[in-house]
Ligand binder design. Sequence first.
Ligand code: DCP
Ligand code: MG
Length: 654
Amino acid sequence: MSASKDYHLEKEEEGKGFDYHLFKRLWAYVTPYRKLFYLSLLMLVLGTLFQLYIPYVSKNAIDAFMMREHRYTSSAVEAKGYYRLDEGLWIKEDKGGAFSLTRRDGHFVLTDGLLSFRLSQEQIRELRVDDIQGIDKSVLILLVLLFSVFFTNYIQVYFSNKLGQKVIYDIRTGLFRKVLTLPLKFYDHNPTGRIVTRITNDTENLNEFFTSAVTSIVKDILLLIGIIGFMLFLSSQLTGYSLFVLPVIVLATALFRFFDRKAYRKVRVRLARINAFLAEHLSGMSVIQLFNRETSKYEEFKKTNHSYYRATLQQLTVFAVFRPTMDILFYIALCVVIWFGSKDFVSGIMTFGVLYAFINYIDMFFQPLRDLSEKFDIVQNALASAEKIFKLLDEKASEIEPSQEGPEIRDGSVEFESVTFGYNEGVEVLKDISFNIRPGEKVAIVGETGAGKTSLIGILTALYPIQKGRILIDGIPIDAYQVHALRKQVAVVLQDVFIFSGDVVDNIRLFDNAVSREEVIDAAKYVNVDHLISRFEKGYDTMLNERASTLSAGERQLIALARAVVRDPKILVLDEATANIDPVTEAFIQDAMEKVTQGRTVITIAHRLSTIRNADRIFVFHKGRLVESGTHLELFAKNGLYTQLYRLQYQLNE
Ligand code: DCP
Ligand code: MG
């Protein structure tokens, strides 16, 4: 379990390609909200259609109303449907008429080749009233379309974000629920930073996937297809000309993707390294400062930081080349459209409206292209994250199955029958341990560091599964008990007491509201920590921070003792703090111990002389084996390992 070098282990892993199973599993999270999903998809399709239609409406307005050819027949007398242009000249719109309306020197004139009449602005407006109304109508349609685009976009963005948030919320909750059930072995092998990353960063990547990537990719593809469709419909020839840059675009995009993927992966991994480096070194700050490692750690950080900086620069370079390349290709395509299109317009093959719409569509065409290639990163990233998230979700929950109904612990006898245990395969930490502790007995366990004393607690409380033998409480194997019932009756005070952020009361009752404040205070009084707490500025309401740097080791042990007592357990297991405790606190602890051991089976991993002296029996552990047991006097008389240990460890302190 070396968290220390974790930041070197952040691998520059391969990105994730398309994976059907991954999508299927992700989809399962969307299913509860599929209404949101379909609605957002519908809005997206509608919005895209509206958007695609806009240039087409402009084209119609130009060709049908602005650039329309007008021909008229004339009459010398007034007639029905005819418009009076002058004395003795009446005209009426007619496709086959001799007169046409043309521009000359900035005015409209009506001419049949011989005669020509200059028209005033009022006359033109009256003659072209249909065109003007048509333009009004077109502008109205454009406005409606624009608002519809806005509206559908708004709903779509809102829904897809809501969907993303809901899905991510579920995944995050699921992950934490999982994490709560994972066996401690998992935590021995996975540094905290990595698990935090799963629950925060990786879910955030997925969020981005749901909110921006999925929708914009669908939208971009729809847009591209739609644009090509409209262009083909308007002029297949010009479409061919303007899309001749397409192969170049595909090539440029493929190259971009290749280099970008490489750069992006580097950026991510190196950022992860910075994070891991920081997390580790911030928590080890006191060691760094005490051992004067500031300069070398500073240099190390600078190196890590610099490699991240270089990776981001590399990514910037890739973008700096790609974006202008796409811009140039866009302008080339535009030039081609203007070149061929204008010629076609001049030679009458193409209307002006079509040319106008084409230029618009070309403009529209490049945005989704740029988008698509850039969104690819998000997808790949999200899939890689999804894979890691699912891997964590698939971790096997605690190997010890809690049996649904179990017996209660009544007496509190503890029996080990040839128990063998190791954290990792092949390494036995406890070997063939057998002993029998009577209800109400006080046993002290002594042994050198690493002898396996703390490990004994882990297996007695079913935190770790044993490999061989049986552990029995009240004559019943521990796996027959419900895990929660077992842990309620076997209270543990650990060597390192963990203090949560919260006040003193919550730290003693461990946020269990079933325990009243009075019970907490009673327990605190019972274990002699009350007077210490009353010394705090806010008494029981004092906030203790996570790392408990505001409490001494002795105070922490007493709080932990109160924690155990509040649950009124049958069996109490204490792993005494190795730290030296002042004689006054020592006296308090001793007094507290005498009280709490009444009517309980107590196993104490002893680091204090007073503890072993008060024990009914002493177990001596050596390299994972129980080598001696008996009372202090019996063991001392043997002149074996206990005597040695006692002389070295305890007598010196006297
Ligand atoms: N060990 C392990 N994985 C863990 C905890 C411990 O591999 N999660 C190993 C390290 C030791 C051995 O198990 O070699 C015994 O560890 P203990 O914590 O049981 O040792 P003690 O409690 O006896 O030592 P100390 O007196 O220092 O607390
Ligand atoms: Mg220990």
